[in-house]
Design a protein around this ligand. Structure first.
Ligand code: DX5
Ligand code: ZN
Length: 220
């Protein structure tokens, strides 16, 4: 699966961008919410998500890089998020967030930062629909992929297979054709792509090539 990250697009054109994405042949839209506390950057909130919801039928995957995410789950689901992802580094309230996401009718995910050991997130694998492995330190697009994340993808894949979990293993940050291929070989099933996708000279060809090259490797 491919999920374009809107973070790499022009925020003044969001609705038009989402309409354009409809023709790209991608699987979901990744929406990065940042609060200036959990990460040193600020993006947007539920109102913005609600205002682009009608522009597409593609699922919205909302990646919450905010402190105390449990306080805002209802707002983000009501705004039209189909999948809501919270960070395992947000502390004791992660299970509460997962419960709320489900209760309000969305699918739940947990994200894990590069400096966090896989052991801190492994027990969520049977409780979530998506495990999102960060390929960069969250906060900004356009960073270089941290190679150590590949090992974490392998660990996640192994753990999911071992426990019979059908959680989707996703990777976010620093993904281009090269690192995307590495991530898929390590067991990733979803690639979140910002800079490389929005910067592609021919986005249709980019998506088509990715799907063709990786199709055989995808374990879905
Ligand atoms: C980083 C975000 C990512 C980011 C990926 O904090 O979570 O979704 O937009 O962008 P690229 O592909 O540019 O690394
Ligand atoms: Zn993200």
């Amino acid at each position: 699966m491919i999920a374009p990250s809107l973070l790499a697009s022009d925020f003044g054109e969001l609705r038009r961008t989402v309409r354009r994405i409809n023709g790209w042949g991608v699987d979901r839209i990744h929406i990065d919410v940042m609060d200036g506390h959990f990460v040193p950057n600020i993006t947007f909130g539920p109102q913005m998500i609600a205002s682009i919801r009608k522009a597409t039928k593609l699922p919205f995957e909302t990646h919450l890089m905010i402190e105390n995410p449990h306080r805002y789950i209802k707002e983000f689901v009501d705004a039209g998020s189909d999948i809501v992802i919270v960070h395992c580094e947000t502390g004791r309230e992660v299970m509460k967030s997962i419960g709320l996401i489900r209760r309000f009718g969305a699918r739940a995910g947990v994200a894990i930062n590069p400096e966090t050991r896989f052991a801190a997130a492994q027990h969520y694998i049977q409780r979530v629909d998506t495990l999102l492995i960060m390929g960069v330190h969250p906060g900004f697009g356009g960073q270089k992929f941290i190679q150590g994340s590949l090992q974490k993808i392998r660990q996640a894949r192994e753990r999911a297979d071992k426990t019979g979990s059908d959680a989707l293993i996703a990777v976010d940050g620093g993904i281009d054709e090269h690192t995307g291929r590495q991530a898929v070989a390590a067991g990733a099933q979803e690639l979140v792509i910002g800079t490389a996708l929005f910067g592609a000279s021919d986005v249709h060809r980019f998506v088509k090539n990715l799907k063709k090259t990786y199709g055989a490797g995808l374990r879905q």
